[in-house]
Design a protein around this ligand. Structure first.
Ligand code: AMP
Ligand code: GLY
Length: 425
């Protein structure tokens, strides 16, 4: 079967790598892909179609007789790519635009969790500046967490340590309009203490299968300092998600979410990303995403021993509960190499050199994010440039391997955190 992956990050490179390993897959197209998916060779090639151009994606699928499409990022989900594909009888992995509101509308997600008794921070919703300001003026417990309801590329959340900071945030949201319409509705929620971890499920709306738990490193600086980024590294599994915690997440979050979405008329299908805060073994939902995480995908897919394609197809055709879904022993880690200046302004077009010896490093996988081929050259084209993953028998060895991979790669101004996974060792 021919498979189409929509997206252009390291997540989509990892998906293409995992799907191409299946003997049942003849070709993997990535739209639009990146410099890494352009040069994987074998079954994988890029097609120059934008991830949000649904008409062009539908044309591509018809022209190439694609049997299964997998949606990587959230923007095409919000634009209704799954709805449009299903309307014409195409097989696609992802939730409809209505179901994807678990990610694309924080107001929807909070109201849903409240209605279905799913553990999450208490909250208020505001639709204008004056009422949010009045509420903050009379609130005397800080920190409070201020969130733009819509999609903001991971930047629409402010953990306000003081009233002053909170008032500044709502001014930027409602008056400066830094996020435009995405901040027409604003959630203010109570601060959750604890440690963050992510759990990922693949679901057909009724049954689900779980990948390993993972931990992202969202801040740019070592020791979790500085600005939030798209994610600077990850490892899986995380010791924070003990078997007991995972059982609670299944019972208190995943099952009620799937049942609740179905009961509310928006059956949820595809990947469900549960972002958790875990405090003394008690999990609460920080956020839902309607897709796999980046960089977490670059560790959870290398840990999947069974055939990803079989599971993806079963999530559309049925039989997900019967398909093999087994993990490797040991652990995986990924280290993100970013452009100098990221997450603020950065330059692109820097030449990347990758020592071919990297291919001989055991267990190492170099997934590309912001890279672009130009003739024979590989150039940087984004903030997060590469995600260097490795799998091994232990987390320590996986981290050592990933950092050996990083050492074999260079570009001007390359920045990476040296403490990925350190807290778990
Ligand atoms: P979100 O986009 O909702 O995942 O929020 C981004 C980041 O803000 C999360 O990864 C957390 O680090 C932090 N955060 C969000 N909500 C809360 C909360 N209620 N309490 C503490 N930290 C939070
Ligand atoms: N790793 C965070 C995200 O994918 O949203």
């Amino acid at each position: 079967m021919k498979v189409l992956i929509i997206g252009s990050g390291a997540r989509e490179h990892a998906m293409a790598w995992a799907v191409a390993r299946s003997s049942k897959v003849s070709t993997v197209l990535v739209a639009p892909g990146n410099g890494g998916t352009a040069t994987m060779g074998g079954k994988v090639r890029n097609v120059a179609v934008k991830a949000t151009d649904i008409d062009a994606l539908l044309d591509l699928v018809a022209r190439e007789s694609i049997g299964l499409t997998v949606v990587g990022p959230e923007q095409p989900l919000e634009a209704g790519v799954v709805n449009r594909f299903r309307e014409v009888g195409l097989k696609v992995v992802g939730p409809t635009a209505e179901a994807a509101r678990l990610e694309t509308s924080k107001v929807f997600a909070k109201e849903f969790m409240k209605r279905h008794d799913i553990p999450t921070a208490s909250y208020e919703v505001f639709r204008d500046h004056a009422s949010a300001r009045a509420w903050l003026e009379s609130c005397d417990s800080f920190p409070q967490v201020i969130k733009a309801s819509g999609l903001c590329a991971g930047k629409g959340v402010v953990v306000a340590m003081s009233r002053e900071e909170a008032l500044g945030a709502i001014h930027e949201f409602f008056e400066s309009r830094i996020f435009g319409e995405a901040a027409d509705e604003v959630v203010i929620e109570s601060f959750l203490a604890g440690q963050e971890a992510s759990v990922f499920a693949l679901t057909d709306g009724r049954d689900y299968r779980l990948f390993l738990s993972a931990q992202d490193h969202k801040r740019i600086g070592e020791g979790d300092t500085g600005k939030n980024t798209g994610g600077m590294g990850a490892y899986a599994p995380t010791p924070l998600v003990t078997p007991e915690v995972m059982q609670r997440v299944e019972e208190e979050v995943i099952r009620p979410t799937l049942a609740g979405m179905k009961a509310d008329g928006y059956s949820y299908t595809g990947f469900l990303y549960v972002g958790l805060m875990i405090d003394s073994g008690v999990p609460s939902v920080v956020e839902f995403n309607a897709r796999l995480g980046d960089p977490e995908t670059q560790v959870v897919l290398p840990m999947l021993r069974s055939d990803l394609f079989d599971a993806l197809l079963a999530s559309v055709d049925g039989g997900l509960d019967a398909v093999p879904f087994e993990m490797h022993d040991g652990a995986a880690a990924t280290v993100v190499m970013a452009s100098a200046g990221y997450p603020d302004a950065y330059e692109t077009g820097k030449a990347i050199t990758i020592d071919p010896a990297v291919n001989d490093l055991e267990g190492v996988l170099v997934f590309h994010a912001g890279t672009q081929r130009e003739g024979d050259a590989l150039l940087t084209s984004g903030g997060r440039v590469l995600s260097v993953s490795a799998r091994a028998g232990s987390l320590k060895e996986a981290l050592d391997r990933a950092y050996r991979g990083v050492a074999a790669i260079g570009f001007e101004g390359a920045y990476y955190r040296r403490d990925i996974g350190a807290k778990a060792l």
